[in-house]
Design a protein around this ligand. Structure first.
Ligand SMILES: Nc1nc2c(ncn2[C@@H]2O[C@H](COP(=O)(O)OP(=O)(O)O)[C@@H](O)[C@H]2O)c(=O)[nH]1
Ligand SMILES: [Mg+2]
Length: 415
């Protein structure tokens, strides 16, 4: 694992609590990218054109890198090519900013072809404005080899541009893989739940706590496919729960597509569990809820949301009431929980259960014919078949979503 030091330049006009929140978010992102944070540096000042933070601070940083034997530096603030160049010259180690870090995380979480290509596109868009600057820097300083460029060429920028246009074409030709993925899971009788919400809301803590309580026996089936998905039992119903990276504050517009495609799991869900940190101020909570909804809204088309107000151990009952009143319609189906000690879990499961798509179990009788057999195989695809008896007729005991159940009866009657 890479050992890194986090650096954040705070704006003098910015609120202290916001700075702290941003720093915590950076820390969480760093950890979820698989780095180990071994130190941090913050400075409050206006940005320095050459180094982002002050020159003296960069020298301190260089000493710290040496002392702690760090492998790299991650900046909260977006860095220009010149800044990356200057800082890495002084500190003699790899320097990246928050956006590069996020791109790394997206890349590691992209599960579908579409998502992978979207992430690749975002990377190229991030590199494009830097390409020109790098080439001119290298020429001026006569220092080839910077940022992994073996030798510099003017064609570098051109190369990125042509890769971008190639990827755009490829994207247009890829069909949406969403539906088929959703179907595959439904086939096995699972409903899909996805955790959404901002970094640090407590999604992973809740994920682990729920999984520990009610791990479904046949779990291995899915965990090998998706490390962040587990099967569990909610009031007797089989569900697949997926943890996600979640929303990240202040994402630049060129990252939104890549970001959305890594949220595939959320958009595929039957029920979305929107986790918010109830211990934050009512204003922050309201703002985060509003943004979460605007991110989800376009894509989910009527998928129910259960709002989970997490960390209730850190506030009083009155404060919880007050926050609920303040958020109103932004928090549909609210449930207060503490992911750390499991309080509120029973109520949460009941609430989830209420919104799961209905599954029914029934037996239908089909003629012993090719047509009858085709309906059986369709039921294997769409539902969960318990038993099939072949005699004069075919008797199928199965379970399926109510929509499939209706179709099955209609098909049986039509024969
Ligand atoms: N006090 C308290 N802390 C919590 C609770 N749930 C999560 N946390 C803490 O909040 C931080 C972020 O949690 P995490 O699950 O990693 O958030 P994620 O980014 O949404 O996955 C961690 O330090 C958790 O220990 C809770 O119910 N109560
Ligand atoms: Mg997490």
């Amino acid at each position: 694992m890479k050992r890194v030091i986090l650096v954040q330049r705070n704006d003098p006009t910015c609120d202290e609590s916001i700075n702290t929140r941003h720093f915590l978010e950076l820390q969480k992102l760093t950890e979820s990218a698989g780095y180990q944070v071994i130190g941090n540096v913050t400075q409050t000042r206006t940005p320095d054109r050459k180094h982002q933070i002050g020159r003296g601070k960069v020298e301190e940083l260089a000493l710290m890198i040496n002392e702690l034997d760090a492998d790299g530096i991650i900046f909260y603030n977006q860095l220009s090519t010149t800044q990356i160049y200057n800082i890495s010259e002084t500190c003699k180690c790899e320097v990246i900013d928050k956006f590069q870090l996020i791109l790394e995380i997206f890349a590691s979480r992209a599960t579908t072809k579409r998502a992978k290509i979207q992430v690749e596109l975002a990377k190229l868009r991030y590199e494009l404005p830097k390409a020109k600057a790098i080439v001119s820097l290298l020429k001026k300083e006569e220092r080839p080899g910077f940022m992994g460029l073996g030798s510099y060429e003017d064609s570098y920028e051109q190369d990125i541009k042509s890769r971008i246009s190639r990827i755009r074409k490829e994207l247009a030709s890829i069909q949406k893989d969403n539906e088929s993925l959703r179907l595959k899971r439904h086939k096995r009788g699972f409903s899909i739940l996805a955790l959404a919400g901002y970094t640090s809301a407590g999604k992973s803590t809740l994920f682990n706590a729920l999984v520990d309580e009610d791990l479904y026996v046949d779990d291995t089936l899915f965990t090998t496919l998706m490390p962040t998905t587990r099967a569990l039992d909610i009031c007797g119903r089989r569900v697949l729960l997926t943890d996600t990276v979640g929303f990240i504050e202040d994402l630049p517009h060129w990252m939104i597509d890549a970001f959305s495609s890594t949220l595939n799991e959320i958009f595929l869900a039957d029920v979305i569990l929107l986790v918010v940190d109830a211990s934050e101020s009512p204003a922050t909570m309201r703002q985060k809820l509003a943004i979460s909804h605007s991110i989800l809204w376009e894509q989910i088309k009527g998928v129910p949301i259960v709002t989970i107000l997490n960390k209730v151990d850190r506030i009083t009952e009155n404060e919880l009431e007050e926050r609920l009143e303040n958020t109103g319609y932004l928090a549909p189906n609210p449930v207060g929980v503490c992911a750390k000690n499991g309080s509120g879990f029973d109520e949460l499961k009941m609430e989830i259960y209420k919104h799961l798509p209905k599954w029914e179990r029934d037996t239908i009788s089909l003629p012993m014919s090719e047509y009858g057999m085709s309906i059986v195989s369709w039921l294997f695809d769409e539902g969960f078949v318990y038993n099939v008896i072949y005699s004069d007729r075919i008797m199928v005991d199965f379970e399926a979503r109510d929509e499939i159940m209706r179709k099955a009866h209609a098909k049986a009657i039509a024969i």
